[in-house]
Design a protein around this ligand. Structure first.
Ligand SMILES: O=c1[nH]c(=O)c2[nH]c(=O)[nH]c2[nH]1
Length: 297
């Protein structure tokens, strides 16, 4: 029997990095979780144990910290691009680099009625994500957000669905709809003001969720995705994943009480999982943009 090593990549997952800029009394802060993965002809490391082409994952971690000091963290996307370009262009055996970033957002603390200069409050659970791939075919950037937890207490329906002998779900024209959106959007260029577009995309996702009279989470995802593509020409594809966090109306009849959509049991599982990928018809090839490493971003 002959075996083939058909694919491989290696790197340091989840390097936690907090970068503070303290040149002025008002400090700035960025809080990241960075994963690096190297791609190339590292077959010998696996097949014979020869490490001569292997840049240690420890070195990759050090590079993350050194680059944070040297270049700063302008945005997750820009930081990922700087790292990926360095690994591919400056370290000979590396043909491709994949950098995945999570960013945890901090809001300035309010103290004495105004924003504090060096104290923040973690905004959660939402996480901004970025995944950068640089290889011989080009540079690819995917931005994203995950755990964007949204809930609307009306304006959502689910009716007219297919029914068979196992169907018990009642139709509804007024229900709670809640989800924790995972959205990833692929840029067709790296000439982007990353920090300017992120809040625009996020605002469109939220606005569509809020304002659409939703006939299903599927329809909501279509509207969220197309609104982002309409608003940001640099984005050519968006992938959305939405767990349908079911809120069941509690039967209060045993207690002689009506419950017109006021008291709910918020189930954590099982959940419907609704997914969609929406792309422009002229989207450029994705290369390895969607090939994951740790897969957190
Ligand atoms: O928005 C929904 N989409 C579904 O496909 C579905 N299925 C289900 O049981 N409830 C819902 N809700």
């Amino acid at each position: 029997m002959t075996y083939l090593l058909t694919d491989h990549q290696y790197g340091k997952a989840e390097t936690r990095l907090v970068r503070v800029i303290r040149d002025a009394a008002r400090h700035e802060l960025r809080d990241l979780n960075v994963t690096t993965a190297m791609r190339g002809a590292f077959d010998d490391a696996y097949l014979t144990g020869d490490q001569s082409a292997v840049l240690p994952t420890d070195t990759q971690k050090n590079t993350v910290y050194a680059f944070a000091k040297k270049h700063g963290v302008a945005s997750p996307e820009a930081f990922g691009l700087a790292l990926a370009r360095h690994f591919v262009h400056d370290v000979a055996p590396i043909d491709g680099a994949r950098i995945e970033l999570e960013e945890y957002a901090w809001d300035r603390a309010i103290a004495g009625g105004r924003e504090h200069d060096h104290t923040w409050v973690r905004r959660g659970p939402e996480v901004r994500t970025a995944a950068v791939t640089v290889d011989a075919t080009g540079e690819y950037v995917i931005g994203g957000v995950k755990d964007l937890v949204l809930l609307k207490s009306t304006g959502s329906e689910f009716a007219g669905f297919l029914s068979d002998e196992y169907t018990t779900l009642p139709e509804t024209h007024d229900r709670v709809m809640a989800t924790a959106v995972i959205a990833k959007w692929r840029f067709s260029t790296v000439d982007v003001d990353w920090d300017a577009v992120f809040p625009v995309i996020r605002a469109h996702l939220i606005e569509q969720f809020a304002t659409l009279q939703s006939l299903a989470l599927q329809q909501t995802l279509w509207h969220m995705g197309t609104a982002v593509l309409d608003a940001v020409p640099e984005i050519c594809e968006i992938r959305l994943k939405a767990p349908n966090k079911h809120h069941f109306v509690v039967d209060l009849a045993p207690f002689s009480m009506e419950n017109p959509n006021e008291v709910f049991y918020a189930a954590d599982r099982p959940y419907g999982l609704i997914e969609a990928t929406i792309a422009r018809d002229d989207a450029p090839p994705a290369g390895d943009a969607w090939k994951f490493s740790a897969g957190l971003a």
